[in-house]
Design a protein around this ligand. Structure first.
Ligand code: HEM
Length: 511
């Protein structure tokens, strides 16, 4: 067989070399194109049994998403037509099955498929391999170690912290109402939920609601923004392009600040816990926070979490624990403004339960029945996490016999299910009484999933519900809310459900 050495190559003339290089590039291109062709063929085969909306020859369905506040209604509209599930193409070589029926949701959530890598890929450099992205045995071990952190004994003292943080926000609003201009709430609420999670996660007094110039707060904000920006900007999906871009530079700079801060907090707490290694002893001195639980957690071999695992979990709580609740609280306040008759009923209930007090007590939470129905109805119409994605580790067969092979990506659309007329009567109507025990009893177990379901459900759901109740109760007690018709929010899924133009409301002091 002939083989060419360097000397042989040098003996070739330039045009010959160019021809060789050209042939090589062409072969490379052809092999890449063939791989893509096979990938597309495989995807078409996978999704053959699922009819769906028409696709553009180049963009698939990607061009239909314009981030103009109508994207979610578009997917919900498709869900009306394709009641169980339908394929969605982003370009020609990436497609996932959108699930929009509780029977399908039940099948997918009763399995142990890992999260889709793509969905969390951009956030992993920040939150590391924490509970949200882990899978398999390690996820199981972490979940078991962290579950005690959400026991009601631990959550109880947080209610006062939540009240304190909400009051700081309301005091700020007190000063703003004198302007008689609408207030953009989302920004204020995000700072408040960040303040709350920092107090609850590691007893850190950041003062961030007054001083958003704090380096760590700025880094957390910057990271949330940049992760989202990268997700929406297709060229940035490439690691190399992102790395060398100005956004990539900003991302690394913020990452360094955030990680240094988390490491420092963990180090300091480790020092202070040197003498008190048992939770019971710490509890006698002060209330426990997540960091105590994380540092004292031991598996059956007496092994604690590694430093890297600790940081990942703290950063995961930081991320999951503030953006989601900020979304939930902003949308419930918007719903209250939009539906004044329900706002009035909630305010009456809040007055009855709290009397003259301006701090919510743990015991109040269970008595705010109508307010809780309203929060659930707001989570239905405006779910903070609009969907969850999985990559199938095994083939799946759904209740109607249709199937998908291993490796397929499915996206359970919580938003579509919540707006489906096959599940909810008059789905667009805000009707909190849907959640009364009588009206809920007949509902499918997987029809309402704001916190997902099954083994990978939201570990922080009680924390989140408590925080939403505290924020709604204290706000309605102090302010009357009315919408700003000139600035209706345009909902858009950006990591969590946000509004492109913010959430603007008029606030008036309650007499
Ligand atoms: C309204 C607020 C919240 C909503 C709607 C929400 C919703 C969800 C959903 C839908 C999931 C499943 C994600 C998936 O399968 O990919 C999830 C997981 C998770 N949530 Fe939440 N969440 C909220 C607040 C919180 C809070 C306050 C915390 C922590 C303090 C938290 C911590 C987590 C964690 C760690 C996971 C991953 C659990 C696991 O995979 O084992 N969440 N959340």
């Amino acid at each position: 067989m002939a083989s060419y050495g360097l000397l042989d190559l040098l003996s070739l003339n330039i045009p010959q070399l160019c021809r060789w290089a050209g042939c090589f590039c062409l072969l490379l291109l052809l092999s890449q194109a063939y791989k893509l062709y096979l990938k597309r063929k495989e995807l078409i085969n996978q999704l053959r049994q699922f009819p769906g909306p028409k696709t553009h020859w180049l963009y698939g369905n990607a061009h239909e998403f314009r981030q103009d506040g109508k994207d979610l209604d578009l997917v919900a509209g498709y869900a009306e037509k394709y009641t169980y599930a339908y394929p969605m193409w982003l370009g020609n070589f990436f497609a996932s099955l959108i699930i929009c029926h509780p029977d399908y949701a039940k099948t997918i959530l009763s399995r142990q498929d890992p999260k889709d890598d793509f969905a969390y890929y951009f956030i992993t450099p920040w939150i590391g391999k924490g509970l949200l992205v882990l899978s398999g045995q390690k996820w199981f071990q972490h979940r078991r170690l962290l579950t005690p952190g959400f026991h009601y004994d631990v959550l109880k003292p947080y209610v006062r912290l939540m009240s304190d943080c909400t009051k700081v926000m309301l005091d700020k609003w007190d000063r703003l109402v004198s302007d008689q201009k609408p207030v953009e709430l989302f920004h204020h609420v995000s700072l408040m939920t960040l303040d709350t999670i920092m107090k609850c996660a590691f007893s850190y007094q950041s003062n961030c609601q007054h001083n958003s110039e704090n380096a760590y707060i700025k880094a957390v904000y910057e990271l949330s923004y940049l992760v989202d920006h990268r997700f929406r900007c297709f060229p940035y999906h490439n690691d190399l392009i992102f790395y060398f871009s100005p956004h990539g530079f900003r991302f690394r700079r913020a990452l360094k600040v955030a990680h240094q801060h988390t490491d420092e907090v963990i180090k300091r707490r480790k020092e202070s816990l040197k003498h008190d290694k048992e939770l019971e002893k710490i509890k006698q001195k002060r209330h426990l926070d997540f960091l105590d639980i994380l540092l004292c957690a031991r598996d059956e071999h007496g092994q604690g979490l590694s430093d890297e695992d600790l940081r990942a979990e703290v950063d995961t709580f930081m991320f999951e624990g503030h953006d989601t609740t900020a979304s939930g609280i902003s949308w419930i306040l918007y719903c209250m403004a939009k539906y004044p008759e329900h706002q009035k009923k909630c305010r009456e209930e809040i007055h009855e339960v709290m009397g003259d007090r301006d701090t919510v007590e743990w015991e109040d939470l269970g008595k705010l029945t109508y307010t809780t129905y309203c929060i659930k109805e707001s989570l239905r119409l405006y779910p903070p996490v609009p969907g969850v994605a999985r990559k199938l580790s095994q083939p799946i067969t759904f209740c109607d016999g249709r199937s998908l092979p291993k490796g397929a990506i499915v996206l359970l659309s919580i938003y579509c299910m919540n707006r489906s007329s096959s599940i909810w009567k008059n789905p667009e109507v805000f009707d909190p009484l849907r959640f009364s025990p009588e009206n809920s009893s007949e509902r499918h177990s997987h029809a309402f999933l704001p916190f997902s379901a099954g083994s990978r459900n939201c570990i922080g759901q009680n924390f989140a519900m408590n925080e939403m109740k505290v924020a709604a109760a204290l706000t309605l007690k102090r302010f009357q809310l009315t919408p700003d018709p000139a600035n209706e929010p345009l909902k858009v899924p950006q990591l969590v459900l946000r509004s492109v133009n913010g959430v603007h409301l008029y606030l008036k002091k309650v007499e």
